[in-house]
Design a binder for this molecule. Structure first.
Ligand code: GLU
Length: 509
């Protein structure tokens, strides 16, 4: 096979940290899109060589979040009936199951002179680091063991001394990364550290494992975060030492906060699970994340996964760090919410209404009243234009499920007085009592009736509509009084409406 016809194969290679950071989702998505755009394969490899950081259940969680987001991989670690298994013929895909492979290849490197055994203990390395720090020199290994003779090494083995294997970085020359996003980046070899490749516990470091695995798994494009650029020259040197063709590299710019600081893992609220739990839609998250660094160079902003696959190009990834703008995510989410039917949204918000204690079970509100599907859908109808995420439902609509509590002063419109307000509310009671059920058929019909009432009595809109709206919602800002009348009528009938206005009147007395 020539290089141009080589199958495009990409991978996502997370460490199992227990959650998927949005930055990780972006990396996985771009790698997935690039593979699928080219009719290639996308793999999931789990990099769990740091045994100290092992977290129970982390792999299962990662697999379920990733596939739940629609990022389906062709090969990799899968979970079937609670068991962690491999799918594909380039496995194992869990690095801790590949230890023999790393051992074999690290020995080959030592034999060929590209790596060496190092017996320096922690104490010596700490002292070395302190000395270098005191002299303001870069901290790195001083290559003491690089010149050990075969006999000295054997002698140390015989004495059962602990050892690591280090990469023998060339002392001269340069290593160039031809990065598909950042262009050519040149490194002086003399600035590179003799990296540990195999640790004393028999586990490889990331650097060795990533190179061996990407090679054996026939990865054509290594797509990963910008933070791995400084490691890449060492990887390239390893490819050369093994005599392997290197993959193409595409590093993705780090996600930034609005103040351009790094969007860290510690800032909270940056895991995909958190976003989903707050009621963000996966379609909105994917659309939003796709545009973090990738610029389609058209006016199109709304993309589903299929459109992303069709249009994604690595050459259109920018090197400047994209701002993670939560307001933009809210905007996307609102857009995708509005595409859903009212019934679908009701299903999505029910768990939040229950968690907020506003709905006790499927059929009953907090204050013991019967709740119908029609009522819930009518609430959604008047709220969905404004709803940014499902978790907002409680704070937005609590007053539909319980008598609102508010400061009575709020009932008095800025250009009205107490006497007027009481009079208007009391006249509204008479007026609403005389309406027939059919007057509540639509928001428009009820609006027409109320406006007739205002005109016939020579009143002004504000002094009637303001207290009416507050009496029904208890809020300074809410949907219009006509929408409230319409929805409350569907929910509970006229009685509830009259009761709320009577309570308002009492509060003013
Ligand atoms: N295990 C590394 C990580 O957690 C993978 C880096 C790479 O893709 O090479 O990000």
């Amino acid at each position: 096979m020539t290089e141009t016809t080589k199958k495009i194969r990409t991978r996502f290679a997370p460490s199992p940290t227990g959650f998927l950071h949005v930055g990780g989702l972006r990396t996985a998505l771009f790698a997935y899109l690039w593979a699928k755009h080219n009719g290639g394969d996308f793999l999931l490899r789990i990099e769990d060589t740091d045994q100290a950081r092992f977290i129970d259940g982390a792999i299962e969680k990662l697999v379920s979040v990733l596939t739940g987001m629609g990022i389906v991989y062709d090969e990799g670690v899968v979970v079937e009936s609670g068991e962690i298994l491999d799918k594909g013929d380039h496995g194992p895909y869990l690095q801790s199951n590949r230890l023999e492979i790393y051992q074999k290849y690290s020995k080959e490197l030592v034999e060929a002179g590209h790596a060496y055994y190092c017996f320096c203990d922690e104490q010596r390395l700490t002292e070395l680091r302190k000395e270098q720090e005191a002299l303001k020199q870069p901290t790195r290994y001083d290559r003491k063991c690089r010149s050990l003779s075969k006999e000295e090494v054997q002698n140390n083995f015989d004495n059962a001394m602990a050892y690591v294997i280090r990469q023998a970085i060339p002392e001269e020359g340069q290593t160039t990364i031809h990065d598909l996003v950042y262009g050519d980046i040149v490194w002086e070899n003399k600035l590179l550290d003799d990296q540990v490749l195999m640790k004393s516990d028999g586990f490889p470091t990331y650097h060795l494992a990533v190179v061996i695995d990407d090679h054996l798994m026939e990865i054509s494009h290594v797509i990963r975060g910008e933070e791995w650029i400084p490691s890449t020259p060492k990887h390239i040197l390893l490819y050369k030492s093994f005599g392997w063709e290197q993959p193409q590299f595409a590093h993705l710019p780090l996600l930034l906060n609005k103040d351009r600081s790094k969007l860290s893992k510690r800032q909270g609220d940056v895991s995909v699970e958190d976003f989903l739990a707050k009621g963000y839609l996966k379609e909105a998250l994917i659309n939003f994340v796709a545009l973090l660094g990738w610029n389609p160079k058209t006016d199109q902003e709304i993309f589903n996964l299929q459109e992303l696959i069709e249009q994604f190009e690595l050459s259109k990834v920018n090197k400047s760090g994209p701002i993670f703008d939560i307001e933009k995510l809210d905007w996307f989410n609102n857009l995708y919410i509005r595409k859903m039917s009212n019934a679908e949204i009701v299903t999505a918000v029910l768990p939040f209404l229950k968690a907020d204690g506003l709905i006790v079970d499927e059929l009953q509100s907090k204050n013991g009243k019967k709740i119908t599907q029609e009522f819930l859908e009518s609430i959604i109808e008047i709220e969905k234009e404004r709803m940014k995420k499902f978790s907002e439902i409680g704070e937005r609509t609590a007053y539909f499920f319980e008598q609102p509590k508010y400061n009575p002063e709020l009932l008095i419109w800025k250009k009205a007085n107490l006497v007027q307000t009481k009079e208007n509310l009391s006249n509204l009671i008479d007026f609403i009592q005389n309406l027939s059920d059919s007057d509540f058929n639509s928001v428009l019909e009820i609006e027409t009736k109320v406006k007739e009432f205002i005109a016939q009595n020579n009143l002004d809109n504000g002094s009637v509509l303001w207290p009416l709206r507050v009496a029904l919602s208890g809020l300074e800002k809410s949907p219009s009084p006509f929408e409230l009348l319409y929805v409350l009528f569907i929910g509970y009938g006229k009685f509830e409406i009259l009761q709320r206005i009577e309570i308002a009147l009492k509060l003013l007395t």
